[in-house]
Design a protein around this ligand. Structure first.
Ligand SMILES: NC(=O)c1ccc[n+]([C@@H]2O[C@H](COP(=O)([O-])OP(=O)(O)OC[C@H]3O[C@@H](n4cnc5c(N)ncnc54)[C@H](O)[C@@H]3O)[C@@H](O)[C@H]2O)c1
Length: 327
């Protein structure tokens, strides 16, 4: 298939692009390099540097690359905390950028769409692990912006026949030998812990150790980026068969912050000092996904089901690229 990948110079988008190419697909990457890295885009992909806010530029991508079979939409503002400081950038721009993309898709006859959605839709879950049909309570303007896009996709299916799969990922993590996580600022636990092991930070801060969990620290579901990439490919390849759907995507195993730090100590051999700070507002104690529906309907199985294999892949990338793509 010929796939347009927005955000394909970013962490998850670039690794998905590499997996798509390995699976025999043709890829056009659209990215404005706001957070992404040109070096992350596989050389076999066609790279277009453009901003989704620029409607004409987006339309031109479809004109210059006719017969696109489907879109994977990763490009977004992505930081929960930042969205609490700058809500409009998230509530307006994430939505408008997705609308520009969908408008061009419909105009050019593209009817397959995979959205990077998020666990931040579930700030107050009623069950654990969280099922895709649990009640939606976005935890931030970031989560709300993803919910808006999910709702827009609902109407684009009913009115224009655009079929979509929304993949609500939990904590994306892990790396591949050639591509990995290189965010500035970095906010994710595993790369932050590994920065301590590399001597780039003096310690890791644990935000709260008095949660109602097995060791008092927050429990999260860590899902490897290659497993996310494979879920996108399965979703795109099976979209015509299963139609529009929403899937939660995680390992189904929760690990606490202390367990993640302990695993990093084991894998790196570094003592990784930590300090305990106050809770961060809005951090739920436990977030674990039920991925039963995507397992049943698409046969998705994680290749990295345990924290040790995830941590080893992350350490391989971070120790060989201590300054990310600038290394
Ligand atoms: N990383 C996670 O744990 C996680 C969890 C749930 C959902 N997600 C979602 O997955 C997607 C990818 O996340 P990531 O961690 O790879 O982020 P990332 O920042 O590494 O990648 C996003 C890419 O989009 C590009 N981009 C941003 N705005 C753009 C615009 N207006 N026009 C063109 N390109 C633009 C950036 O330059 C970047 O390369 C995001 O939509 C994010 O919300 C991520």
């Amino acid at each position: 298939m010929k796939i347009l990948v927005t955000g394909g110079a970013g962490y998850i988008g670039s690794i998905t692009t590499a997996e798509l190419i390995a699976a025999g697909h043709q890829v056009i990457v659209l990215d404005n390099l706001y957070q992404g890295h040109a070096a992350a885009v596989p050389p076999e992909a066609t790279f277009v540097q453009a901003d989704l806010a620029d409607r004409e530029a987006v339309e031109q991508v479809f004109e210059q690359h006719p017969h696109i079979d489907g879109i994977m939409h990763f490009a977004s503002y992505t930081l929960v905390g930042e969205s609490m400081q700058e809500p409009l950038r998230y509530l307006r721009d994430n939505l408008v950028n997705a609308a520009n993309l969908l408008e061009a898709a419909v105009t050019n006859g593209v009817r397959r769409f995979i959205l990077s959605s998020t666990a931040n839709l579930f700030d107050d879950p009623t069950t654990m692990p969280i099922e895709p049909d649990d009640r939606i309570v976005p935890g931030s303007p970031y989560g709300e912006s993803k919910f808006f896009i999910e709702r827009m996709l609902h109407w684009f299916d009913r009115i224009y026949g655009v079929k979509s799969i929304c993949l609500r990922y939990f904590n994306a993590c892990g790396d591949t030998p050639g591509r990995g996580e290189d965010h500035d600022p970095e906010t994710h636990l595993i790369p932050l812990v590994l920065q301590v092991a590399l001597g780039q930070r003096p310690h890791i801060t644990i935000f709260g150790d008095d949660y109602p969990t097995r060791d008092g620290t927050c429990v999260r579901d860590y899902v490897h980026v290659v497993d996310l990439a494979r879920a996108h490919i399965l979703a795109m390849e099976n979209l015509d068969r299963i139609g529009s759907r929403k899937f939660n995507l995680g390992n189904g195993n929760g690990y606490s912050v202390k367990e993640v730090i302990e695993m990093a100590r084991k894998v790196t051999g570094h003592p990784i000092p930590h300090v305990v700070g106050p809770r961060r507002p809005g951090d739920p104690a436990t977030l674990v996904a039920s991925s039963n529906t995507i397992r049943q309907e698409l046969g998705w199985q994680p290749r990295y089901p345990d924290l040790e294999s995830i941590m080893r892949s992350a350490w391989e990338w971070h120790s060989s690229h201590p300054h990310g793509y600038k290394s």
